[in-house]
Design a protein around this ligand. Structure first.
Ligand SMILES: [Zn+2]
Length: 97
């Protein structure tokens, strides 16, 4: 069993006049964000298991693109079998690869 990664991206807020990205470009940006997140997170979490329980972590990423500020904010939610392993997963995710 390997890590499960779920990625949910959405846009909210009022688009600025002359917005940098139009709706189709936002969709494209979401697609490439999803792809690169999946690749980098998958690489970081590959083979990672709780040493005590043997379970792999589950990671939920939710991203919100704010049309009015044209900024993307990502939120990570980790589901793991125990507190100790959660801390370990956070450490691995924060590591620069
Ligand atoms: Zn555990």
């Amino acid at each position: 069993m390997t890590a499960q990664i779920e990625i949910e991206l959405r846009a909210e807020g009022e688009a600025l006049p002359g917005a940098f990205l139009d709706p189709r470009e936002i969709e494209r940006m979401f697609a490439s964000t999803r792809q690169s997140l999946r690749a980098s997170l998958g690489r970081k979490l590959r083979g990672l298991r709780c040493q005590e329980h043997g379970a792999a972590p589950k990671l939920r990423v939710s991203g919100v693109y704010d049309r009015s500020t044209e900024a993307m904010e990502l939120d990570y939610h980790i589901e793991a079998c125990c507190q100790l392993f959660t801390v370990r997963v956070i450490k691995v995710l924060n590591r620069r690869v």
